[in-house]
Design a binder for this molecule. Structure first.
Ligand code: PAF
Length: 287
């Protein structure tokens, strides 16, 4: 795997692969990679001949009081993991490469509808920052396909809509969340948890599982189910940010007629904000 830091080097390496007839797969990341990212890279390798990853901690998607400065930067370890996962080219630009004229006057991409509510409500500007950097990265790499994790369910919906709305010729592949053995969704932010918080953290996914079981059992009073689950989370030590049952494509509140629903949650444990989600298909046969 080679690592490049400039757009010019990136473009020339990708052009060489394309000239050799290779299909280009892309996995954008913010680094501090874990097994979830490795799965994204492996998946890209199943769909493409030449896999490009990027590592860029994008200031545009962090709020003023968020963890931009403390977000872990672990380039050497990340390079090793990417190499092992079959990535051929890593693009690891600095801020001046991505935003040469600064961020204040940067043209932004805003995706209406799916960006609103949920994480969009508690992190104003976040999805505009994500959509802007992802659009720039797509234009720099010009991949045939890009792979994103379903853990960031709303982000994936935002990116699918941006690709559709702007007619970008890129196939978007979503990959199910990779979890620790106890159910906790893998996330770079799990590293912020102390031992006691890490022991509590799996209860977020367990609570989503309880809501899913109730939905499968035919309970459709979403408000009651969510209120009960919120109490469970608070009792476990979480400070819930949101807990919602939505339609998986529109992200609008789900109704009883919806056979597919997604349960989405964000909750704080101490200073760490965890997110998770669980898709429920009421038409799937139980096994
Ligand atoms: O999911 C992430 O790591 C980031 O939001 C992304 C897509 C790399 C954009 O900075």
């Amino acid at each position: 795997m080679i690592t490049v830091k400039t757009v010019a080097e990136l473009r020339s390496a990708v052009a060489a692969a394309r000239a050799a007839g290779q299909r280009i797969g892309f996995v954008p990341t913010m680094g501090n990679l874990h097994a979830g990212h490795v799965a994204l890279v492996s998946e890209a390798g199943r769909h493409a001949d030449f896999v490009v990853a990027s590592i860029f901690v994008n200031p545009l998607q962090f709020g003023a009081h968020e963890d931009l400065d403390t977000y872990p930067r672990t380039l050497a370890a990340d390079q090793e993991k990417l190499n092992g996962a079959g990535c051929q080219l890593l693009f690891a630009p600095g801020v001046e490469q991505m935003y040469p004229d600064g961020m204040a006057g940067q043209t932004r991409v805003s995706v209406p509808g799916v960006s609103e509510g949920l994480c969009g409500a508690s992190r104003p500007g976040h999805f505009e920052g994500v959509a802007t950097v992802v659009t720039k990265l797509f234009n720099m790499v010009q991949p045939d396909l890009a792979v994103f994790g379903e853990k960031d369910f709303q982000q994936l919906a935002v990116i699918r809509k941006l690709v559709r709305d702007l007619d970008l010729p890129i196939e978007i592949v979503g990959l199910p969340t990779v979890r620790a053995a106890d159910g906790l969704a893998l996330s770079s932010r799990n590293g912020y948890l102390d031992e006691a918080q890490r022991a509590i953290a799996p209860q977020l996914f367990a609570t989503l599982g309880e809501i899913a079981a109730a939905l499968r059992a035919g309970q459709n009073d979403h408000a009651a189910l969510l209120a009960r689950a919120e109490t469970t989370l608070r009792q476990a030590g979480f400070e819930p940010d949101y807990l919602e049952i939505r339609h998986p494509l529109t992200l609008q509140p789900a109704i009883a007629a919806d056979r597919q629903r997604v349960i989405l949650a964000a909750a704080r444990l101490g200073n760490t904000r965890l997110i998770d989600n669980l898709l429920v298909d009421l038409d799937a046969t139980a096994c």
